[in-house]
Design a protein around this ligand. Sequence first.
Ligand code: GDP
Ligand code: MG
Length: 166
Amino acid sequence: MSFTLAIVGRPNVGKSTLFNRLVGKRLALVDDQPGVTRDLREGDARLGDLRFTVIDTAGLEEVTDESLQGRMRRLTERAVDMADICLFLVDARTGITPTDEMFAEILRKRADHVILGANKAEGRAGESGVLDAYALGLGEPLRLSAEHGEGMDELYHILRPVADEF
Ligand code: GDP
Ligand code: MG
C-alpha cells in the first residue's frame, strides 16, 4: 500500500527543496540505483507515518536543443503519468506567471489528483501570491515553505486519505 507523488512546477519554485525535505538522507541511496535519470529524480519519502515514492522533475533548466517550454511540458507529462497524485508548486512570492498557467492546464487535463502548493509562504510572506493561486482553478492553495518546513502537517492531512486509497 503505497503511492507516488510527483512534484511539478516551473523552475525555481522550490521543487527540489521540498523533495529533499521529504526524502532526507535516503536520497544518497536512491542515487546509486540504476535507471535513475537526472531528469526525473525518484526517492523514498517519509511524512509522519506515511511512506511513499516522490518524483522531482529535475533537469528542467538543462540546456539542450529542445525549447525550455517543450522540455518542461514533456518532463511534466512523464512525471504526471508516473504519479498517483501531483503536487503542483507555485511561488507565492513572485505570484502566478503565464508559465504557471501552462502547467495548470497540463494538470487539469492530465492528472487525476492535484494538490496546489503555494511555496515560499513562510511567515506571512506571499499572501497576495497565495490568493492569486486560486485563479488557477485547482482548488484551495496549500501554504507551504519547503525551506522552513511549514505546511507539512497540512500536506500530511491531505495525503493521508490518498495513502488509504492506494
Ligand atoms: P526548483 O527549481 O523548483 O527545484 O527549486 P529549488 O528547490 O532549487 O529552489 C529554488 C530557490 O528557491 C532556492 O534558492 C531555494 O533555496 C529557494 N526556496 C525553496 N523553497 C523555499 C521556501 O520555502 N522559501 C523561500 N524563501 N525560498 C525557498
Ligand atoms: Mg530542482
